[in-house]
Structure formats: C-alpha cells, structure tokens
Design a protein around this ligand. Structure first.
Ligand code: C5P
Length: 219
C-alpha cells in the first residue's frame, strides 16, 4: 500500500514561557487532543507523524517525538519539518504572551507589586498559513466564548486554514483539560456540529474531515 502522506506534523500541549528560573507563563492545556489525534492516525495506519509538544503527560508511542517548552522552540521545531509535511495540525495551546525579559535570578518578593512586561509570542499558525503550498493541509483550533462562528470564520480565512476545530468554551464545555469536548468543524465550504463526546472520538471525526479534504474519502 502506498502511503497517503509523506509526513504529518501534530503540535500539541501548552507552551511554557519562562519568567525566571522557577516561574513561567502557561495555560491549562493537557495535550489530550493532540495525543488522541496521533493515536487515531496510528490506528488508521496514517503516518509518519512528527509529534511536537510542550510539557504534557500525554505522549503517544511510535511517533517522532520532539519535546519543546516555548513558542519560539515550537516554531523552530515545526519549521524543521514543514517543507516535507502534507498535513499540519496545530492542536497546541501556544501561550499568546511571554515575559519580555528573562530574569536569570529568581525575582524577589520585596515590593507589594511587580510589573511584568509581556510581549506577543510568534503566531506560528498564521506564519504557516502564509507559507502554505497548494498540496499542504493546515488544521487549526480555536477556543471562543462570544460570536463564536463569526470569529472562527475570520480565523479560518486570516490564517489560511483548510479546517478549523472550534471549541465553544462555556461552563458545560470547558474544553481545556477535560476528557470530553463538543466542537464544530469548519471548512471553507461547510460546517459540522460534533456532539459532546470523548476526545478520542472527536479525533476520529477530525481525521475523517482531513482525509476528505485530502481527497482520500472517509474511513
Ligand atoms: O488566534 P488563536 O490563538 O485563537 O488561534 C488558535 C490557533 O492558532 C491554534 O491552532 C493554535 O495552535 C495556533 N496558534 C499559534 N501560535 C500562537 C497562537 C496560536 O500557532 N502564538
């Protein structure tokens, strides 16, 4: 059987942006979504997978694993494989900001307050969207709380994505860290609601969509 793809990049987990030797900025991403996407691909014989992840307990076996911490490191790792990749899935919750300065000595708690200057991290996906070739598929994620469809549609176009997995974050659907999720799958021509279900099953729906976009049909 000829392989469907040359290479698949899955970026997963949070990124961790250091402030001083013991403190950092991060988020509540568990890395479960990226993990299940890798496991589902493997179950279907889809690969090879380069799995690039920030700190997480969820490390899939049988993939090329690249462990990173910061957004900068994640970008560099992805860049090293992007040219050969047919599919890039950005399931990582990249920290949007980092401390402008890294303090090599632990910050002292002398004063009543500390003012920390935060600067934006690179938007990896935006950059990949700009450099994407015709035969490459780019999958992004969005977590929205208001005007979810309008914002997601904007993101799909602005980042030049083929597929956007939209999480509506609410009390009943926290998304981050949870084992279950309710998402919408948005592509240029269609939108699909995926009922709340285990992240492992959501991963199957996402792969059905990717294979369809790649012209390889569903399961
Ligand atoms: O713009 P927003 O952060 O909502 O977009 C989320 C998508 O963009 C996710 O797929 C995430 O992995 C990616 N992203 C990125 N680099 C950033 C922020 C988000 O690649 N600095």
């Amino acid at each position: 059987m000829s392989p469907l793809f040359n290479k698949i990049i899955i970026a997963s987990g949070p990124t961790l942006e250091p402030i001083d030797p013991v403190r950092f900025i991060s988020n509540r991403s568990s890395g479960k979504t990226g993990f299940h996407l890798a496991m589902e691909a493997k179950a279907r014989g889809i690969g090879p997978i380069v799995f690039i992840t920030g700190p997480t307990f969820f490390l899939p076996p049988g993939v090329e694993l690249i462990l990173v911490e910061t957004a900068q490191e994640m970008r560099a790792a992805i860049d090293g494989h992007f040219r050969q990749a047919d599919v890039v899935i950005m399931a990582a919750a990249v920290s949007d900001y980092r401390s402008r300065k890294y303090y090599p000595d632990k910050l002292k708690k002398n004063g009543e307050k500390i003012i920390l200057e935060l600067v934006k991290t690179p938007d990896i996906l935006l950059d990949l969207g700009r450099r994407k070739r015709k035969n490459q598929l780019l999958v992004g994620f969005a977590a929205e709380t208001e005007d979810i469809f309008a914002n997601a549609q904007k993101k799909l176009l602005a980042k030049n994505l083929d597929l956007l997995v939209l999480n509506e974050i609410s009390e009943g659907n926290p998304g981050f860290g949870s084992d279950e999720n309710q998402v919408y799958l948005l592509r240029r021509d269609a939108i699909k609601k995926i009922d709340k279900m285990k992240k492992s099953r959501v991963a199957a729906f996402i792969w059905d969509e990717i294979l369809d976009l790649a012209g390889h049909g569903g399961r």
